[in-house]
Design a protein around this ligand. Sequence first.
Ligand SMILES: NC(=O)c1ccc[n+]([C@@H]2O[C@H](COP(=O)([O-])OP(=O)(O)OC[C@H]3O[C@@H](n4cnc5c(N)ncnc54)[C@H](OP(=O)(O)O)[C@@H]3O)[C@@H](O)[C@H]2O)c1
Length: 251
Amino acid sequence: MEPDLFHQESPKEYKKAIVVGASSGMGKELVKILVKRGYNVGITGRREHLLKELKEGYPGRIFYKAFDIRDLSKTTRSIRDLIKSLEGLDLLVLSSGVGFLNEELDTEPEFQTIYTNVTAFTDIMTFTFRYFLKHPPGHLVGLTSIAALRGNKSAPAYNASKAYQSNYLEGLRQKSKKQKLKITVTDIRPGFVATDMAKGEKLFWAASPEKAAKQIYSAIRRKKGIAYISKRWGLFALLLKIAPRWMYDHF
Ligand SMILES: NC(=O)c1ccc[n+]([C@@H]2O[C@H](COP(=O)([O-])OP(=O)(O)OC[C@H]3O[C@@H](n4cnc5c(N)ncnc54)[C@H](OP(=O)(O)O)[C@@H]3O)[C@@H](O)[C@H]2O)c1
């Protein structure tokens, strides 16, 4: 029988996690599972009232900091404050991200995607990897996307930014393995998940955020390198990878 990964635990000592981008969607659902599984959790996002609401559901188990990850003067300082409140860190999950359908190729949405998904992502990943170097072991998790695998005519910056994230995480994973560091790096690649972020009319195989979060937690627990969410998207990924360019260009 499959063990129940999600039953309530009362550990002697709580593990410590931060979820960046926990005010809604997959990040928020993952926080609920992490608390049940014996983590104290630091949560972030810009919408402070949503962070406060989540914290109030789990008295004493959640700390929050509201900030915009594009403001580099605040981000690492706020994460450091959360680590202090948690008295250490075992796991950081970066769920914050934006994406825009941008058929007109306006500059602003493209740049906003780069500031959030590339610049801020790099700021958080480098800071946390260096933290785990000094305080091993640690587990670094990024929510990238199946979009990392190919370009997209309607959201060029989004797919390009997700390819950057996946490659960046692969670099960190290789660095950790080569140098025998005690740092695990997991690339979570969701397909469609029914959150505010999922845009467009052609959604299919859309998982609920709750189901997605369960599978993300399972991938974290198993220390997977890459995980497709939901699992069936692994099949789609295979097709995306082998589709020849002449075929993909007409898709
Ligand atoms: N839903 C999908 O179909 C899908 C598919 C593939 C990949 N993903 C990826 O999964 C991740 C989570 O998305 P989701 O689907 O759960 O959508 P979501 O509900 O929109 O969650 C996005 C989170 O990112 C935070 N965020 C966005 N911009 C931010 C900023 N500048 N500063 C701080 N926080 C910011 C949001 O918080 P605030 O608004 O409060 O700041 C929110 O908590 C994203 O990286 C997304 O690219 C989603």
